[in-house]
Design a binder for this molecule. Structure first.
Ligand code: FES
Ligand code: FES
Length: 163
């Protein structure tokens, strides 16, 4: 690809070398180059949080970062947190507590929550609401989402996430 740059990323524990345009956003590299479509794009204003992933352990909005800025980084997406038959406690809790309807915001909500619980294994309700204030849900309201995060914390979801 003319004018492309080589980027090295470890995504969900797997090393990748990508050729990307310098302007390519991390979210598009994850979704379109690596096929990790669990990370969603819900806005073009950087305010919905549907694209939240972990970059070297920190929750970030992957639509606000260029792929080249992530050079050498470890990225965890929702696919790296857990999957069918092996759900992360947060995924179980969202399921059990009806923390989703359409599910579009859910990967971002869960990744933001996982970063919170990795730092603070037993947050208060106010701390959960504060941690999720960059994530928008357009359908369920936030009550069951917050309830799910608190249940997951009680179930011990605060163990560090591998990246
Ligand atoms: S797609 Fe990244 S904040 Fe909305
Ligand atoms: S469950 Fe539909 S946007 Fe949150």
């Amino acid at each position: 690809m003319s004018g492309s740059v080589t980027v090295h990323l470890t995504v969900n524990g797997v090393e990748h070398e990508l050729e990307v345009e310098p302007r390519r956003l991390l979210v598009h590299a994850l979704r379109d180059d690596l096929g990790l479509t669990g990370t969603h794009v819900g806005c073009d204003t950087s305010n919905c949080g549907a694209c939240t992933v972990h970059l070297n352990g920190d929750a970030v909005k992957s639509c606000t970062i260029l792929a080249v800025q992530a050079e050498g980084s470890a990225v965890t997406t929702i696919e790296g947190l857990g999957g069918e038959g092996n759900l992360h406690p947060l995924q179980e809790a969202f399921w059990n507590d009806h923390g989703l309807q359409c599910g579009y915001c859910t990967p971002g909500m869960i990744m933001a929550s996982a970063a919170l619980l990795a730092e603070n294994a037993h947050p208060s309700e106010a701390e959960v609401r504060h941690a999720l204030d960059g994530n928008l849900c357009r359908c369920t309201g936030y009550h069951n989402i917050v309830k799910a995060v608190l249940s997951a914390a009680e179930a011990g979801a605060g163990a560090p996430v591998a990246s």
